[in-house]
Design a protein. Structure first.
Length: 390
């Protein structure tokens, strides 16, 4: 009468197994725990009122203890919910932070569920029918709140709803009156259906979030090299320019790869694509920290170097890029040697204009191709005169 269907049990064990979710999807699912706060507040008020009436009507030390534990657990749950809501909903939340928050949230949530389940079971066992109706309404309301607020984290929602509902079902199943058997049976059926619905909602929502995140990533990522694309360049550059102090400089480097066209002609475009991916990997190694490397198009890459204090820092990075790329690559079982040219422009970071820096860097790049080192700079606004580095 109180059992959960076998197929639901199998699904639950599968959910409790290690989830294989993309990190961004996982983070968004954890953030959903903090989306609605009103159900938790309403549940606390209802529990406090029903509990106060029950303990005032029936003097029972165990019932009193369960009620006190529920109040404490509910206070802890609300405190955590409100104190960590801003952190949890931050756009900068990463997977490790999300796991830490989820664990703490889950402990507080399940603690209240255990206290509620114990209180409802004890009250159902010793009080009269008037209080039983209140307890049934309270437990059903709790189940609805679980489904509305935490169903996207099945390990938490299923554990909490079982802890909060099953004890009262068991008490009803062992009472002599048929009405209580029927109530227990109906509650068990509703519980099984609710768990199945929560699992279905979780699977559908996780799939939708993963697909949306993938589409967002594809829209912001070059599909050949895996580097960010022009859209990310503009967004990141505007954020850097808006948040910089008045003394910081920003350098924009245009990187051009030579010999790509002969590689395509001799070895095919597949080999050329492999070469570009290898170049991107090397650029990732040399461009670190807050610097940003972008695949602009074809054999052109862009590097943004923010928060520098002198032209020398930009020059050093440009030469490092050339030295890193001017080496042998193994493509199509052949050792291929390419060369790179870098042209860069430097400006005050606060209020810098991306298009102007791109124009300056491209002009410097043209000059660099005529020089011995393959590196050239372009300065603006009088404080950095245009120069060519040989």
């Amino acid at each position: 009468m109180t059992g959960i269907p076998r197929h639901v049990g199998h699904r639950r064990r599968a959910i409790f197994a290690r989830e294989r979710l993309p990190e961004t999807t996982y983070v968004e699912l954890v953030q959903s725990l903090f989306g609605l706060v009103m159900p938790a507040v309403i549940m606390t008020i209802c529990f406090a009122c029903v509990g106060a009436y029950a303990v005032a009507t029936i003097r029972d030390p165990l019932l009193d203890g369960c009620y006190a534990a529920g109040l404490i657990a509910s206070a802890i749950r609300l405190t955590f919910l409100f104190s960590h809501r801003r952190e949890a909903r931050s756009a900068r939340l990463d997977a490790e932070q999300a796991r830490r928050i989820e664990r703490r949230f889950g402990l507080a949530y399940i603690g209240f569920a255990l206290a509620l389940g114990a209180f409802a079971a004890r009250g159902y066992a010793i009080t009269d029918a008037d209080i039983h109706m209140l307890l049934v309404a309270l437990v059903f309301g709790y189940g609805a709140g679980v489904a509305a607020t935490v169903s996207l984290r099945p390990w938490l929602s299923i554990t909490a709803i079982l802890a909060g509902v099953v004890p009262m079902i068991l008490v009803g199943a062992f009472r002599a009156e048929p009405a209580y058997w029927g109530t227990a049976l109906l509650t068990a059926l509703f519980l099984a259906g609710g768990i199945a619905s929560m699992l279905r909602r979780y699977r559908d929502t996780a799939a939708q979030i993963s697909l949306r995140r993938l589409m967002e990533k594809l829209a912001r990522e070059d599909d050949l090299t895996g580097l960010p694309n022009r859209l990310v360049l503009r967004e990141r550059f505007e954020a850097m320019a808006a948040g910089a102090d008045t003394h910081s400089l920003v350098a924009l480097h245009c990187v051009d790869i030579n010999q790509l066209e002969p590689v395509n002609d001799i070895y095919g475009h597949t080999a050329g694509d492999a070469l570009l991916r290898a170049v991107a990997q090397r650029l990732r190694r040399v461009v670190r920290g807050e610097n940003l490397v972008i695949h602009l198009n074809g054999d052109d890459f862009v590097i943004v170097q923010p928060n520098i204090r002198s032209l020398a820092e930009a020059e050093v990075l440009a030469h490092q890029v050339v030295a890193t790329l001017d080496k042998s690559y193994v493509v199509a079982n052949e050792h291929i040697i390419i060369t790179a040219n870098v042209g860069y422009a430097v400006d005050l970071q606060n209020g810098a204009d991306l298009e102007q820096l791109l124009i300056g860097a491209e002009r410097a790049l043209s000059a660099g191709k005529r020089g011995a080192s393959g590196v050239a700079s372009y300065g603006r606004q009088g404080w950095a005169a245009a120069e060519s580095i040989s």
